[in-house]
Write a protein that binds this ligand. Sequence first.
Ligand code: NAD
Ligand code: LMR
Length: 328
Amino acid sequence: MVKAVVLGAAGGIGQPLSLLLKASPLVDELGLYDVVNTPGVAADLSHISSRAKVSGFLPKDDGLKNALTGADVVVIPAGIPRKPGMTRDDLFKVNAGIVQTLVKGIADFAPKAFVLIISNPVNSTVPIAAEVLKKAGVFDPKRLFGVTTLDVVRAETFVQEYSGQADPSQTFIPVVGGHSGETIVPLFSKAKPSFQIPGDKYDALVNRVQFGGDEVVKAKEGAGSATLSMAYAGFRFAESVIKAQKGEKNILEPTYVYLPGVSGGDAIAKETGVEYFSVPVELGANGAEKAVNILEGVTDQEKKLLEAAIKGLKGNIEKGIDFVNNPP
Ligand code: NAD
Ligand code: LMR
């Protein structure tokens, strides 16, 4: 029996993500928590004739506790999205506190759940979550994931004309680093099956993957950021975590993890000089079983991208850790 919970379930990502989870045969119970509107969202989804039993919760009447109790997988898209002109880091002020509060709830009511963080800035909110779980004495790095799947999905999509795949999702493209601008590093040289990108197209392609989020923010003209593609990506990652938990093998997903806590991650942390980094991770019954070091043998262009990413990540990570340990 799998219970999935969405925190921020009434939002732009939360609603379509909850729909996908409700439609999934892998989910038996679905808990929807938000500060508004979850009774309506839950009532609506509950009419769908799939197996998951849906319940909606608000903060009143111990809603967070009741939503989280018994959870196997908790996905967090709670928090404000960007408007044109903002960086993801501009969301820190509001979203850091939201993530901190919700993860405290997870520490209390679902300490063994897999925690999937979507709320931005992911580069900082994942370290925040880790520090909260550490303080509560329940941190298991194998169970905490920053969801960077949208970067992978974008990379698969944007290279289709070069990969030649009728179904772009069949190309595996590791996107590593973090989830904002230059910290996002697509490693096209490690794509499988491999393909060539014309030299004069490379920079623009990298830039499009790194700043794909801005493309959507601009197109939505103040009405928010990516929601539907993010719901697809968030569901794809959650589905992988659930399948692995159920015993399926050979599931590899790039995700932003605390490297020293994942087998094989220590070497990557030493090589990069950062403890949080997105790399392809082998998923298993207990979560992140192994971090795969994909950084060996990258091209010189990719090495430069990695250097810039690591520089940006350091400050983002420190900011998150500091928020919990030296409250403002
Ligand atoms: P949204 O404003 O449409 O929805 C956010 C929801 O969170 C709202 O329903 C709101 O009521 C809820 N919320 C706020 N405070 C809460 C709390 N304390 N507890 C529970 N719920 C709370 O925003 P959105 O478009 O769904 O985006 C959500 C977040 O996801 C943003 O931070 C955005 O930047 C981020 N995001 C991340 C990625 C990624 O790739 N990781 C992609 C897209 C968006
Ligand atoms: C994205 O990559 O689309 C999200 O992180 C949302 C954003 O702010 O761009």
